[in-house]
Write a protein of this length. Structure first.
Length: 486
């Protein structure tokens, strides 16, 4: 999108065939909207309509999540759209730019020099072929929890491993609960959850391996089926099992997302429990935060100092996410007698009450969708407005409807957008990387806008600068001082 030359290498033979991550949240869908592929995800995905907690076969709490984020985004729901489908969609999008991925290609070695990075690549389908040397200006390690890039550059990766073993299975179910409902079933000693998948009558089952089976290396799905049914407590039949795995969960994070010209994104930089469906979405947003900055630097529009803000903005989120998922997952899987009693008796009653409150549903949506996360304390976020706004620099741009259409639909170009609201005196500035848009003020009044206002929106649709007045000196001063534009 930024017209930058790149090479993607992957040791796999193609997009993963395993479903893996399940949910695509609103912030990721907004990225897809900007890229022009959100409609495909919606058409091929499955809406999660309801959320429920069952204890001993009885439905203790239910929430009709449906469009529980309505008025906050164009994507006000939870969408089941598995990682395999996301990878296939992105590969197809790449092909539209005449770009291909180098599959079956393994990274063997990284040598980071002062100006260039020398990479050694091995082609797995051509045994005996000499290692190929490739030179690059930058490298981004998006190579998962066992990242070769992270190991080669000796990034720290502190954290730990959960004590329990877990299982995951993609199944076809026969039950009375429908196929748009996310269900959690805690018990005294075990836990299992059911997540709708996009395929026909399919659900992902996740859960804790019973203590009696832990340590065995030959656990099969048949060993767990009785435990699953006993934990659930209501009638169900598992008609088919498409994928099954036993694994340990880790919670770890790097202390820095970069070393020199080498960057990490996604699971290569942080791994955590699947609570809240945050993993794949966080990786997408890591990459989206980094790439616009990298594009400006490669085009010599910005100084390399801008790249420091990638770590400044994304590391705090990774640290928060590990704490958030740790607490949630700890409560749902703990075998402590007191915690399990609270989980099975107090929490469902409390959630039943909270789910009836609109403010709670909105707050949960903002958290799970990641639209609430702000970079307001970061160095490239500057608020120069005296108005009492309900948003600030560093926030994701507010969701504003203009002629019944989201403002986001006007922000699809890979560039900064200067929004001039009301009768501003700002000149219409159009450059290669800044597009100006004049807007009326009426739609912005609910967000505290009472006077003319200018908002500089970054290429990832977060706010860089807010000012009551705008001219070339103010704009250029911000870009040079804070975005390091040359």
């Amino acid at each position: 999108r930024f017209n930058i030359n790149f090479l993607i290498v992957d040791s796999k033979a193609g997009p993963t065939e395993q479903s893996r991550a399940i949910v695509v949240t609103a912030r990721s869908m907004e990225i897809y909207q900007q890229m022009g592929i959100s409609d495909v995800a919606i058409n091929e995905g499955r809406f999660i309509i309801d959320f429920a907690i069952f204890v001993k076969g009885k439905e203790k709490a239910t929430a009709h999540v449906g469009e529980f984020g309505k008025g906050l985004t164009d994507f006000s729901y939870l969408l089941a759209f598995e990682q395999s489908k996301n990878e296939t969609l992105l590969v197809k999008k790449l092909a539209g730019y005449n770009q291909e991925i180098c599959w079956n290609t393994q990274l063997e070695n990284i040598l980071q020099q002062k100006l260039k990075i020398e990479l050694s690549l091995k082609y797995l389908t051509e045994p005996g072929q000499p290692i190929e040397k490739v030179s690059a200006n930058y490298i981004i390690g998006c190579d998962g929890a066992s990242s070769v890039v992270r190991h080669q550059l000796n990034f720290s990766f502190k954290g730990g491993t959960y004590e329990q073993q877990f299982y995951v299975a993609d199944t076809k179910l026969k039950w009375q609960e429908g196929f748009h409902k996310l269900i959690l079933c805690p018990s005294r000693n075990n836990f299992c959850g059911f997540f709708p998948l996009a395929g026909s009558n399919t659900h992902r089952i996740i859960g804790t391996v019973p203590k009696a089976l832990c340590g065995r290396d030959d656990i099969g799905f048949d060993d767990l089926e009785k435990t699953i049914k006993k934990t659930v407590g209501f009638p169900m039949e598992i008609e088919a099992m498409n994928w099954f795995s036993i694994y340990k969960l880790h919670h770890r994070s790097v202390e820095s997302f970069s070393k020199g010209k080498v960057f990490l994104a996604g699971d290569a930089a942080h791994i955590h429990s699947p609570a809240g469906g945050q993993g794949m979405n966080t990786g997408l947003q890591d990459a989206y935060n980094l790439t616009w900055k990298l594009a400006l630097v490669i085009k010599n529009i910005a100084d390399e100092k801008l790249l420091r803000t990638y770590n400044e903005e994304r590391l705090p989120f990774a640290k928060w996410l590990l704490k958030f998922t740790d607490r949630f997952f700890g409560v749902m899987t703990s075998r402590n007698i007191i915690i399990s009693w609270i989980r099975n008796n107090i929490i469902p009653t409390l959630l039943k009450f909270l789910f009836s409150k609109t403010f709670f549903n909105k707050r949960i949506f903002r958290t799970l969708s990641q639209i609430q996360w702000s970079y307001k304390n970061c160095s490239i976020s500057k608020n120069k407005s005296a108005q009492k706004l309900k948003f600030t620099a560093g926030d994701r741009l507010p969701y504003v409807l203009i002629n019944k259409e989201s403002i986001y639909k006007q922000l699809t170009e890979p560039a900064f957008h200067l929004l001039m609201i009301g009768n501003t005196k700002a000149a219409i500035l159009q450059t290669e990387f800044i597009k100006s848009i004049s807007l009326g003020m009426e739609e912005w009044k609910p967000f505290g806008v009472t006077k003319p206002l200018c908002i500089l929106v970054r290429p990832d649709n977060y706010i860089g600068l807010i000012a009551d007045e705008m001219n070339e000196d103010i704009l250029n001063g911000y870009l040079k001082q804070h975005c390091y534009l040359t």
